[in-house]
Design a protein. Structure first.
Length: 369
């Protein structure tokens, strides 16, 4: 009986909510560590290595939220205005990589960036074992992990900790810190200095906004729960651009916090669909940042078209023009945020969604009060 009660307390609404609201402290710990003298020296060492190496191909490899976080790094590389022609890059889910891509002979032109919270997952261990077996240079194997002292970490050339001390729900804080670390790595690959004083100032601004607005987003989550109601059975997470990572991770998180059917789908995929369902059964999140503001004049009509077919939508965006243009649509509840670094916008999106899902879970009795 005692064990059962302990489990209920562990996953109570209060504890989960407090854990989410404490996230800025987790990011601050990560930021302070990476902008320290030791990591600045390490990043300079890696930059020098990349310039003299034969590496022409970079692979990001991870499972669940680790894989989704790698999509942010890939997007940062794709959208960079100054791409180093020396590198190409790909993102793989770990089982897909192990089954189809895992090399059988030495390849000194590939950099393997493995992403694992524990650093000890079965397939990550097997991949590292195979890379060592075919004598891949240790410096061509990097590990992003929350367990920098794991046995696998000792077999990799460079370790990038995520510095998450604790989390109630698996992956909530680690997903966000993984995004931050992979953002730094992608900037490093682009031969920029992600640990410059100027970038530190931008990151500090992001943190300051997050701390200032998080309690406000908590208050909004209560209103969103009222707006959504309880009479629905399906969630769409509709995304554009870098928000793909948030959408896919939110589907997984939804299974943990709310336990309702959900799907992540791009804006381009959902618009051509013919919906033969009742709008009472569906709710939508639409995630889009201001990265390409000049080419998004068509978005209001897109959103109106989707809400006409599917009903109520939560718009999460830092595109103020888009939010303003939809203010008269009663089926759209808009939530704005500010983030100067486009690659970090998924952190804001995901935090807001976490708060909403926790509130929905409480209202339906899935998460105890």
């Amino acid at each position: 009986m005692a064990d059962s009660n302990a489990k209920e307390i562990e996953y109570s609404h209060k504890l989960i909510l407090n854990d989410i609201l404490n996230y800025p402290a987790s990011l601050r710990l990560c930021v302070d560590n990476y902008f320290s003298v030791n990591y600045r020296k390490l990043f300079q060492e890696i930059k020098d290595l990349l310039k003299t190496s034969k590496i022409s191909r970079i692979l990001f490899i991870g499972n669940d939220f680790n894989y989704f976080g790698s999509l942010v790094a890939s997007h940062n590389l794709i959208t960079s205005s100054i791409l180093p022609i020396k590198f190409s890059w790909e993102s793989y889910e770990v089982s897909e990589f192990y089954d189809y891509i895992l090399p059988k002979k030495i390849d000194d032109g590939t950099l393997y960036i493995l992403i694992s919270k524990s650093g000890q997952s079965r397939l990550i261990s097997k991949i590292i074992e195979q890379l060592r077996l075919i004598k891949i240079n240790k410096n061509s194997i990097w590990l992003v992990t929350n367990s920098p002292n794991s046995s696998n970490a000792k077999k990799c050339g460079f370790i990038f900790p995520t510095f998450v001390e604790s989390e109630i729900v698996h992956g909530t804080k680690t997903f966000h810190n993984t995004i931050f670390v992979l953002y730094l790595i992608s900037e490093l690959i682009l031969d920029r200095n992600p640990l410059s004083d100027g970038n530190l100032s931008k990151v500090n601004d992001v943190l300051e906004v997050m701390v200032h607005r998080l309690s406000y987003y908590q208050e909004l989550s209560v209103k969103v729960a009222e707006f959504f109601g309880k009479d629905f059975r399906f969630l769409y997470f509709i995304f554009k651009g870098v928000s793909k990572s948030t959408a896919y991770n939110s589907v997984m998180l939804n299974l943990s916090l709310y336990k309702i059917f959900a799907e992540a789908i791009s804006l381009g995929q959902i618009l051509p669909r013919s919906f033969e369902v009742s709008d009472k059964n569906i709710r939508c999140f639409f995630l889009v940042n201001n990265e390409q503001a000049e080419s998004m004049d068509y978005l209001p009509s897109n959103v109106n078209s989707i809400t006409d077919q599917l009903g109520r939508m939560i718009l999460i965006s830092n595109n103020n023009n888009l939010i303003s243009s939809l203010k008269n649509n009663p089926k759209v509840f808009s939530i704005s945020y500010q983030c100067e670094i486009p690659s970090l916008t998924p952190i804001f999106e995901s935090l807001i969604i976490q708060l909403i899902l926790v509130e929905q879970g409480k209202n339906t009795g899935i998460i105890i009060s």
